[in-house]
Ligand binder design. Structure first.
Ligand SMILES: [Zn+2]
Length: 219
């Protein structure tokens, strides 16, 4: 990991216009306007924060993992990374990061992936896909944008450690994050943030223990 990526923020939590806790395993939706700063804090360490971004005016434009990876020739996200949309526009820029590395490849956990990766009886366990679908169906911001199941692209996993081996395999391993580490980004357009604070209980990425996160926004 390149330590030059570790950049602390100058923003004071006391001055934030949004300062909320998202409980372990819960979804969270919020609008972030162009120029605003958005911070995610990994309160207890090694939590996976499955995150999607949509253009706040038309959800057909959304975060694109392939555009983000391809345009920067980088698999991991950290300070300086730009988050591109499927239309090739920069949606957000990461401006501070005390964790150092965030995953673009691992995707969201789902009932189906839990049965394939772990065991058939894991099917009823709560998952990020369930969180996303619940928010898409019930959250006022998502409903306003007339979003549905078809609006779920591949997500970012903030704080999650999914190294790619020399052979090209993905590994899901214990994290690079720790209590209080955060990632902060500047919105380059008006966006809607859709988070699933991962409820996964079968994966070493979060030490088999989902924990709360803190979300802050500054003007
Ligand atoms: Zn998950």
């Amino acid at each position: 990991m390149n330590m030059q990526n570790l950049v602390e923020s100058k923003f004071d939590p006391d001055l934030a216009i949004v300062d909320e806790i998202c409980a372990a395993g819960e979804p969270w939706v919020q609008r972030v306007n162009k120029g605003q700063i958005f911070r995610i804090v990994d309160l207890e360490g090694n939590q996976a924060v499955d995150t999607l971004f949509f253009n706040a005016n038309h959800a057909s434009e959304r975060y694109s993992a392939t555009d983000t990876v391809r345009r920067q020739n980088r698999l991991y996200l950290t300070t300086g990374s730009k988050l591109y949309s499927n239309y090739g526009n920069v949606m957000l820029t990461i401006v501070s990061d005390t964790c150092g590395r965030h995953d673009t490849l691992g995707g969201a956990c789902a009932a189906e992936s839990n049965t394939v990766r772990y065991a058939l009886e894991k099917y009823p366990m709560h998952s990020c896909r369930d969180n996303f679908l619940h928010a898409l169906a019930h959250d006022p911001l998502c409903k306003q944008l007339e979003m549905s199941k078809r609006d779920l692209p591949s997500n970012i996993n903030f704080f999650m450690n999914v190294p790619v081996t020399a052979a090209g395999d993905l590994e899901f391993v214990d994290g690079v994050s720790a209590p209080g580490k955060y990632v902060e980004m500047r919105a380059e357009m008006d966006v809607v943030v859709l988070i699933s604070n991962c409820p996964q209980l079968n994966n070493p990425c979060n030490a088999y223990n989902p924990t709360p996160i803190r979300l802050l926004i500054w003007n």
